[in-house]
Ligand binder design. Sequence first.
Ligand code: RET
Length: 262
Amino acid sequence: MDLPVLTPGQFELVYNGFSLAVAAMGAGFLYFVLSRGQVAPAYRTALTVSALVVAIAFYHYLRIFEGWAASYVLEGGMYVPSGVPFNDAYRYVDWLLTVPLLLTEAVLVLRLKQGAGGMIARLSAAAVLMIVTGYPGEVSSDTATRLLWGTISTIPFIYILYVLWVELGRSLAAQPEKVRVLVRNLRLLLLATWGVYPIAYLAPVLGFDGAGAVVAIQTGYTIADILAKPFFGALIVWIAIEKSRADGWSPSDAKAVAAAKA
Ligand code: RET
């Protein structure tokens, strides 16, 4: 999209949002790495995947943040495009890597008895299709093109929501009582945050003007990313802690094993 002139308030809202995202991704990384000892070995891969997601996003948000600062110059009290294009591809490449990983993380933490590998493959393929077909619409300034690719991208999106809602829903009955509440929250968080992406994407179609649309898209994606990556990852940690407990594992077991080996 072509960059519009922004008021200082609009420019800084987006700028500060990117800065917050860098902090949230970095803090999430530390939390996921440091929480490993709190969960049974069976759940550690899920935590590793969460750490990968926020590490990838940390890098991309640094680039997005720099890119945003370079795309504008302050002139006569307004932020005007500097001529350096803002690169939307960082965000889409980030999603291409992190969305399949996020889906993997959710399936892994539930430790489904059968079909987990197939489910991860189907969800990941749909995620790649959704993101690849969304991109041409994202970078187009033409409303009809945006709508066309947005509609195509919504087909795999609905498939992902269906699989998560219905198939993960079926696994609920097999989960211990305390875990069930957390898994329900996980599904709700997924639905609520993933729903923000197509809405933010539609901002230019929903009647926002140039400046309003850019601000709505960028802040919408940033807020959704903070909820979908570090916050979602924290929920995964809490589920893993509860499931470890339900499996009869406690952090002191790990200490006892280490002491016995020493
Ligand atoms: C696009 C294009 C318009 C239609 C739809 C979209 C959906 C995007 C989604 C992205 C999720 C990203 C996540 C990132 C976190 O790491 C591509 C905006 C449906 C759902 C969860």
